[in-house]
Design a protein around this ligand. Structure first.
Ligand SMILES: CC(=O)N[C@H]1[C@@H](OP(=O)(O)OP(=O)(O)OC[C@H]2O[C@@H](n3ccc(=O)[nH]c3=O)[C@H](O)[C@@H]2O)O[C@H](CO)[C@@H](O)[C@@H]1O[C@H](C)C(=O)N[C@@H](C)C(=O)N[C@H](CCC(=O)O)C(=O)O
Ligand SMILES: Nc1ncnc2c1ncn2[C@@H]1O[C@H](COP(=O)(O)OP(=O)(O)OP(=O)(O)O)[C@@H](O)[C@H]1O
Ligand SMILES: N[C@H](CCC[C@H](N)C(=O)O)C(=O)O
Ligand SMILES: [Mg+2]
Length: 486
């Protein structure tokens, strides 16, 4: 594809630069990582959190890059074009290079619930007869794929390659998670959205975003910059940040549709929480639906409402959407029941790795726990340190037995991470090795107890230093339950 065609008309500052010979260059692909440049590629130099791509232009040229797109002109052995927002260029150009995406796409943002909402939306579409996919933290699911993924919102080049493949495979509907990193780094700028949603805002990623307001502003980029004007914006109405999300969506000219107890589009009138299901009375216009959502965790009602809102905003009839809610399967590792002891104590794996999520999940199981709530958790290294004591305090306040262990320590000293949690968790005991911690927790289960192993959910590895070794909370819980029986 000619560089001129790749750029399209969204970058006025490029017009004059593209009139020269550079505009006629044939581009074989795009890369923002010099280490992955192939001959004929356009290398997009972006400033990151650790490095500045502009420092790797010579490296990219050495690997055969045909042209560089950077934030300012620099001396280089190959042509350099300057754009104001190289990350945005990368996304728009990737969309044009790969050329297609599923016709109907939606994206969901929020601190918690994105994976669940994206998964539920896919399931509702599938029940309504659409070839549907989801892309998020747990990877890619489509009629023909179930692939593990690395990022919640993939980088733009992988994303658009994937979207074009899905479209080729006949996928017509796709739901995506929009992480705050992804939104801030313009990873989604090339995606054409039919609708978008907001779940809630809590503390997370304060290592990346300077303030909670900046974190919210990154999330609101979904409405301010990405969703086409007039498209449906589905907003969970019962969160402390809902009003601000509604304002942002309304200011951007969207069709605001609120869901929840305070919602207008889908109104939750009554809900009863049971251990394995949530029974909800949902009003849609004049129609009243009594729906059994077959999932543990009262927070799943909120996620189900947002997903139904997205599905209905993209053409699914209310009746079909409500029927699909009764068939939902939880996303892997989200308050997932992995097994039970012979006298009925339950063991769950959950992905709560931030304060609000931990609070929610512990509160969710309390009403149905006649014995003790036991929690095993840790915190990831190279991530928001401030959440560690907050999670320690929550665990001791809401659980009866707390075991602090390692999550993914990454480059940090594991003992130092645990110490930051322990400082606010006087009730807790500390077991560094996660498999041992799980085994000990399972061994102490008595009738009526509930165990929550939190923080790693679906993950299939544990990153210690630079090495990721195979590790699965599911497998460890299952193994420990087996050992108990033998
Ligand atoms: C902090 C963060 O978001 N980093 C992401 C970001 O990297 P970066 O731009 O900061 O990279 P950098 O290392 O500073 O380098 C700057 C540029 O120089 C380039 N470079 C670097 C070295 C070299 O030799 N040559 C070269 O060209 C890099 O490719 C990059 O383009 O852009 C990269 C490409 O898109 C991502 O792979 C990378 O994700 C890292 C691996 C990561 O861990 N990200 C996490 C924090 C993340 O994005 N999480 C969110 C939210 C999770 C959630 O709560 O759900 C997600 O969406 O997954
Ligand atoms: N609506 C919600 N409100 C509060 N907590 C929730 C909600 N939905 C899920 N959770 C909690 O958050 C955890 C992660 O859920 P989910 O994976 O759906 O969210 P996410 O936004 O995709 O998270 P991540 O940013 O880590 O990918 C769950 O295991 C549960 O503990
Ligand atoms: N997408 C989140 C996942 C965190 C999961 C937790 N297990 C950890 O490693 O901190 C992140 O990259 O911050
Ligand atoms: Mg997710």
């Amino acid at each position: 594809m000619k560089l001129r065609d790749l750029a399209g008309d969204q970058f006025p500052e490029l017009e004059a630069q593209l009139e020269g010979p550079a505009g006629l260059l044939d581009i074989s692909g795009l890369s923002s990582d010099s280490r992955h440049v192939a001959p004929g590629n356009a290398f997009i130099a972006v400033a990151g959190t650790k490095a500045d791509g502009a420092g790797f232009i010579v490296d990219a040229a050495g690997r055969g890059a045909a042209v560089v797109i950077a934030s300012q002109p620099v001396d280089a052995p190959i042509p350099v074009l300057a754009v104001k927002e190289p990350r945005r260029f990368l996304s728009i150009a990737a969309a044009r290079f790969y050329g297609s995406q599923p016709d109907t796409m939606v994206a969901v943002t929020g601190t918690a619930g994105k994976t669940s909402v994206a998964s539920f939306t896919r399931q509702i579409w599938a029940h309504a007869g659409h070839a549907a996919a989801m892309i998020g933290t747990t990877g890619v699911v489509s009629p023909t794929r179930n692939e593990y993924g690395a990022l919640t919102t993939p980088d733009p080049v992988s994303l658009h390659k994937l979207l074009a493949e899905l479209a080729d495979e006949g996928v017509t509907h796709a739901s995506m998670e929009a992480s705050s990193h992804g939104l801030d780094q313009s990873r989604l700028d090339g995606v054409k959205l039919a609708a978008a949603a907001f779940t809630n805002l809590g503390r997370d990623h304060m290592d990346y975003h300077p303030t909670v307001e900046a974190y919210m502003a990154a999330k609101m980029r979904l409405f301010d910059r990405l969703l086409p004007k007039g498209a449906p914006a589905v907003i969970f109405a019962d969160d402390a940040w809902s009003a601000q999300a509604v304002r942002a969506a309304a200011d951007a000219g969207h069709d605001v549709r609120t869901v929840g107890r305070k919602g207008d589009y889908l109104t939750l009138k009554r809900v009863e929480h049971f251990r394995h299901k949530q029974t909800a009375e949902i009003h849609i216009g004049d129609e009243i639906f009594e729906v059994d959502i077959p999932l543990a965790g009262d927070f799943q009602v909120a996620n189900a409402l947002v997903a139904a809102g997205l599905a209905m905003s993209t053409g699914v009839e209310p009746k079909a959407a409500m029927a699909a809610l009764e068939k939902l399967v939880g996303a892997s590792g989200r308050l997932e029941l992995v097994g039970h002891t012979k006298d009925g104590a339950l063991a769950y794996v959950d992905y709560a790795h931030k304060p609000d999520a931990l609070e929610n999940v512990l509160n969710s199981v309390r009403p149905f726990t006649t014995g003790r709530v036991i929690v095993v958790f840790g915190c990831g290294g190279d991530r928001d340190r401030g959440k560690r004591p907050i999670m320690g305090e929550i665990a001791c306040r809401l659980a009866d037995v707390v075991i602090v262990t390692d999550d993914n320590p990454r480059s940090e000293e594991p003992a130092a991470i645990r110490a930051e949690i322990m400082a606010a968790a006087p009730c807790a005991s500390e077991i560094a090795d996660r498999a041992t911690a799980i085994r000990e927790a399972v061994a102490m289960l008595k009738s009526g107890d509930t165990l929550i192993v939190a923080g790693k959910g679906h993950e299939e590895g544990q990153t210690i230093g630079a090495v990721t070794l195979p590790f699965s909370d599911h497998a460890e819980v299952r193994k420990a339950l087996e050992e108990l029986k033998s």
